[in-house]
Design a protein around this ligand. Structure first.
Ligand code: AMP
Ligand code: GLY
Length: 437
């Protein structure tokens, strides 16, 4: 059977790679994919841009089901279009994807269903936002409403930063509205919320409309520099499992966040299907609060999670699209998997592209080490070379008997790869290593 994966990042490389290993899988198509997916056995990239082209392709090729990686096509209604054409697809509808595509919707939804989250207020004009910041003080968190690829959030440690962030976001919204012709009042919103202290974890589940299947836990590293300093990025590295999520905390997240969210969506007529990702903040007392919902898997979290998955991913997704996730018993490798992101020069600003990537694991992508996999993200092939093609370029992911060992192995491999301007954190996994001491 043939499967279609939508997206071009490291997450999609990991999904396609795992799906291609499925016993009943004949071929995995990735639209548009990257230089990594184009070299993977049983995987083929296709260049199709619009949702209608993808629907036509799935019909023509008799795709068994489609899996959507990133949020943009979900927010654009790809699931609705595929279903209307009688095609099977795993992901939330456009209405359900609002849980991620509108922070304002997500915050109000959490309030309606008593899901713990930071106290917040939404503003559609800069003057009231500035006044609110002055009354609340710093630290304080400013978020642009709408999708911003993890970059629409400023954690302001002082008032100056907070005021600047408000001005920047209202200016950014105006520009976006002007370009898209959107109604100003609808989309020019900024959410300001209470600063939460604690440690973050990524909690990702699969939902088939009624059954919930939690995947292995993980932790991302959002800041650009070691020690969680510098600007926010889409994620500079991740590992799984996250020891901070003890069985007790796992149960609390399911009971207080995930179950009410899935039930709440059902009650509001937006039945949830797809991956659901809750970013959670865990305080020293073990209380959990929701930082955000994403309606997809995390990137780079997917890479270590799927490196640990022992089941046939095609069979799990087959249950997911047929509403029988209750029949699945996931098996996880007991080892830790840890992924280190190699990012391009100038990321998370406008990244430089076209830098040639060298290293044996890149040149001969068939020869991946037993205990590791180099997942490509923003890579492309040009004149026989593999070159950088965006912000996050690669995610080198390795298994180890401990976090420390997985970390050592991932960096050992990452250090054999070179490109001009490469940015890489050296401390991925440090929180888990500190816990284990
Ligand atoms: P978000 O896109 O909402 O997950 O925000 C991106 C990152 O900003 C999160 O992963 C956190 O590190 C940080 N962040 C967001 N909201 C808060 C908050 N209320 N308190 C502290 N940090 C936050
Ligand atoms: N790694 C964070 C995200 O995928 O949103």
């Amino acid at each position: 059977m043939k499967i279609l994966v939508i997206g071009s990042g490291g997450r999609e490389h990991a999904l396609a790679w795992r799906l291609a290993q499925g016993a009943r899988v004949q071929k995995v198509f990735v639209a548009p994919g990257n230089a990594g997916t184009s070299h993977e056995d049983g995987v083929e990239n296709i260049v199709l841009a619009s949702i209608s082209e993808l629907v036509a392709f799935a019909q023509r090729e008799q795709i068994y089901f489609t899996v959507v990686g990133p949020e943009a096509p979900l927010a654009a209604g790809i699931v609705d279009s595929f279903r209307a054409a009688g095609l099977k697809i795993f992901g939330p509808t456009q209405a359900a994807a609002q849980l991620e595509s509108s922070k304002d919707f997500a915050k109000a939804f959490m309030r309606r269903h008593n899901i713990p989250t930071a106290a917040h207020q939404t503003f559609s004009d800069a003057i009231s936002a500035h006044e609110y910041i002055n009354t609340r003080g710093a630290p304080i968190v400013i978020k642009a409403d709408g999708l911003a690829a993890g970059k629409g959030v400023v954690v302001a440690m002082n008032l100056d930063e907070a005021h600047q962030a408000v001005d920047m976001m209202f200016a950014g919204n105006k520009l976006r509205d002007a370009l898209s012709g959107a109604d100003q009042k609808e989309s020019s919103k900024v959410v300001i919320e209470e600063f939460l202290e604690g440690e973050e974890a990524s909690f990702i589940v699969m939902v088939d409309g009624k059954n919930i299947l939690p995947l292995a836990t993980s932790q991302d590293h959002k800041r650009l520099f070691d020690g969680d300093l510098g600007p926010n990025t889409g994620g500079m590295g991740a590992y799984s499992p996250a020891p901070i999520v003890t069985p007790k905390i796992h149960a609390r997240i399911m009971r207080e966040i995930i179950q009410p969210a899935v039930q709440g969506m059902e009650k509001e007529g937006r039945t949830y299907t797809g991956f659901l990702y809750a970013g959670v903040m865990i305080d020293p007392q073990g209380n959990v609060k929701t930082l955000e919902f994403n309606c997809r898997m995390g990137d780079p979290e997917t890479q270590p999670i799927l490196l640990r998955l022992k089941n046939d991913l095609m069979e799990i997704l087959n249950h997911a699209v047929h509403g029988t996730l209750d029949k699945v018993e996931p098996q996880w490798d007991r080892r830790t998997a840890l992924g280190v992101v190699l990012a391009a020069a100038n990321y998370p600003g406008t990244p430089r592209t076209g830098d040639i990537i060298s290293g044996a694991v890149i040149a001969d992508s068939d020869k991946q080490p037993e205990d590791a996999h180099v997942f490509h993200a923003a890579t492309a092939e040009r004149d026989g070379n593999i070159v950088t093609n965006g912000g996050r370029v690669l995610c080198v992911t390795a298994l180890g008997d401990s976090v420390k060992m997985a970390q050592r192995r991932a960096y050992q491999i990452a250090d054999t790869i070179h490109f001009e301007g490469c940015q890489m954190r050296r401390d991925i996994g440090y929180r888990a290593i500190a816990v284990k001491k």
